[in-house]
Design a protein around this ligand. Structure first.
Ligand SMILES: *Cc1c(COP(=O)(O)O)cnc(C)c1O
Length: 347
């Protein structure tokens, strides 16, 4: 996989990592504002962060069959998706993605003047890998975005299908596994990373770890691709607080797994409650459900009651994505939906 010409010859930002007694090389200061803070996470914030996020890498590789050279961290997976397109896709080159999928993919394509071509879903929102392969053969994309489990539909693309796609195209295949924890480990493509040079995976701490506010994501790919991303990334992009909290999160991985299994249970109860109210609910492998109902402006009626769900426009009018929340949040939502339905009947 060749990056863009201007990037091939770039050298990465050099950080002096020698041991020291006195550090006067980077225009930092002492921690005078917060030195007496009770928050131990604030220690060390007077210095620039570890540019390599080395401790995070040491910890994350314990979860996967990868080495430190095959992973890099970013300010959310959003930054890594942006850097990938920025580094590899030349203007006018083609990017493919299924639709509907993550709304940011066409935006990254537009930002770098790429040609974005959507590949339609089936009627039930399942995704045909053979259709994607036929588009790939026709349009010769540089990059294919695959979101699995797919946001917003919750559809999981079987691993063997993604492998079939990767092995039948020259394109780089980015598999966005933001929701994979809510599916099951054997569906992840991480185990294939050493097999395919054109496979790139991104993961995030925003969903299963419940840490959307710390902006932490990671990319798993061949060393060559990781090297390019690290060259292009802004120096010290990943702040010390996010790195510290990310490490703590990984120390509590068992707790994350427990949370995930609870969310999966509540996903089923929420789906059932919605079905009982006459909603069409699609099978989901994410921490959300995708649903169809013909109550005009349902999202606005819910806003009146202080409840937010995600609505869609155009061809997805009357479709909604509802995040799996706490049991209390579900009770409030279901009660509100009953009231809205009753109002509709009495109109
Ligand atoms: C939420 C989400 C992300 C995560 O973005 P972060 O920048 O890591 O918070 C990435 N991809 C998809 C499809 C998502 O839904």
């Amino acid at each position: 996989m060749k990056p863009k010409k201007n990037i091939e010859t770039l050298k990465s930002y050099h950080v002096n990592e020698s041991k020291y007694h006195v550090k006067l090389d980077a225009n930092e200061s002492n921690n005078f504002l917060f030195e007496h803070s009770s928050l131990s996470d604030l220690k060390g914030i007077n210095l620039y962060p570890d540019n390599e996020a080395s401790q995070l890498k040491d910890k994350i590789i314990q979860l996967y069959p990868i080495t430190k050279k095959e992973v890099t961290f970013g300010n959310g997976s959003s930054e890594l998706l942006d850097l990938l397109v920025k580094s590899y896709v030349n203007p006018k080159e083609v990017i493919l993605s299924f639709e509907p999928s993550f709304s940011m993919y066409p935006i990254y394509a537009a930002l770098y003047d790429a040609t974005y071509i959507p590949v339609p879903s089936e009627k039930d929102f399942s995704l045909s890998i053979d259709l994607m392969i036929s588009y790939a053969h026709k349009f010769h994309p540089k990059l294919i975005f695959i979101c699995s489990p797919n946001n917003p539909t919750g559809y999981l693309i079987p691993k063997k299908d993604i492998v079939k796609l990767i092995s039948s195209t020259e394109a780089m295949v980015l598999v966005d596994e933001a929701y994979m924890e809510f599916s099951s480990v054997e569906n992840s493509l991480v185990s294939e990373i050493n097999q395919y040079k054109n496979l790139v995976i991104v993961r995030t701490f925003s969903k299963a770890f419940g840490l959307a506010g710390i902006r932490l994501g990671y990319m798993i790919a061949s060393k060559d691709i990781i090297d390019v991303i690290e060259k292009v990334k802004a120096p010290y992009a990943l702040n010390t607080l996010s790195q510290t909290l990310g490490l703590k999160a990984l120390d509590n991985y068992e707790r994350v797994l427990k949370h995930v299994s609870e969310v999966k249970k509540r996903r089923e109860t929420l789906s059932q409650s919605l079905k009982d109210l006459g909603f069409k609910v699609y099978p989901s492998e994410g921490n959300f459900v995708f649903t169809y109902v013909t109550i005009p402006n349902l999202d606005e009626k819910l806003i009146q009651k202080g409840i937010l769900i995600r609505a869609f426009s155009n061809t997805l009018n009357n479709y909604y994505r509802i995040t799996v929340g706490t049991s209390e949040a579900h009770d409030i939502l279901i009660q509100a939906l009953k009231e809205i339905k009753d109002e509709k009947l009495s109109d």
